[in-house]
Design a binder for this molecule. Structure first.
Ligand code: ZN
Length: 271
């Protein structure tokens, strides 16, 4: 599943081909995504794309008339292709540009979304309650400590809660807690400020590194062969239950927390 780094790398990859381009057509072959794709053609054809932003895992393609809100879901991908590229299975939407290229949305499992928003997008129901972006200064130890105050929930569940901070999916929650030496089931409200400071720094560092790495491994958004795969990263705990800890050699423990696989080292991450 694309996580925040993959979505950010997608944004960086497609932006140069979209900005300042006029939309000449919108082809929707299958509107049955996670939510029905609205009738957009009237609003979007003739508009010029101003910028491509990201909020959490949503890509926001701005025009003067409104914003396309795109989510890759479980299996979605976006590519920039020549307009006459043959259509393949699961190619649900093409945004056709004046420069002869298309932005093509492919999504085998159809948990992705393509919506439209004329409001200021911060007011859109999908976006308005989101917490701060992890890579901005709005996510900091004071904000996190305030958000966790009095919370008895496990820290890992809080870290994956979009109201507290966005874009920290299961992989990165596992990795950041390992890097910070915090047990994933530790009671969120009882973690001291020193350890939260380390946790904030690790979340930022791990996501920034993943984006940087993705920029080198997933740079080709203009290739019709092979859809962009989501990049494999060097992980210390995620997917390594029962293997040895990279720091101490202890066997990593695996449990379920909020229905998500949780891997940790009981020595390096004491309760
Ligand atoms: Zn260890």
């Amino acid at each position: 599943m694309p996580e925040l780094p993959e979505v950010e790398v997608t944004r960086q990859g497609i932006t140069p081909y979209l900005v300042d381009q006029t939309v000449v057509d919108l082809v929707v072959r299958n509107a049955s995504l996670r939510w029905p794709v609205p009738e957009l053609a009237k609003q979007i054809i003739g508009q010029t794309i101003r910028q491509v932003r990201r909020r959490a895992k949503y890509l926001l393609i701005d025009t003067d008339a409104g914003t396309s809100i795109v989510h890759l879901g479980m299996s979605g991908s976006l590519r920039i292709l020549p307009h006459d590229t043959p259509v393949e299975k699961h190619d649900h939407i093409d945004l056709v540009l004046a420069n002869g290229r298309i932005l093509r949305f492919n999504d085998p499992r159809r948990f992705g979304a393509w919506l439209w928003c004329q409001l200021p997008d911060e007011a859109h129901p999908l976006l308005e309650k989101l917490g701060p972006e992890p890579l901005t200064d709005a996510f900091n130890v004071n904000q996190l400590a305030a958000a966790l105050a009095g919370k008895k929930k496990a820290i890992k569940l809080c870290l994956m809660d979009n109201h507290i901070v966005v874009g920290v999916g299961n992989i990165y929650a596992n990795e950041a807690l390992f890097a910070a030496g915090i047990h994933p089931e530790a009671e969120a409200g009882k973690i001291d400020i020193e350890r939260l400071t380390v946790l904030v720094a690790e979340v930022k560092q791990i996501l920034a590194h993943a984006i940087k790495q993705g920029g080198t491994t997933l740079k080709d958004f203009t290739n019709a062969e092979g859809k962009p795969g989501y990049f494999a990263q060097k992980l210390h705990v995620y997917g390594r239950g029962g293997e040895t800890c990279t720091l101490c050699g202890n066997l990593l423990s695996e449990t379920r927390l909020g229905q998500r696989t949780t891997v940790f080292c009981s020595i390096c991450q004491p309760r």
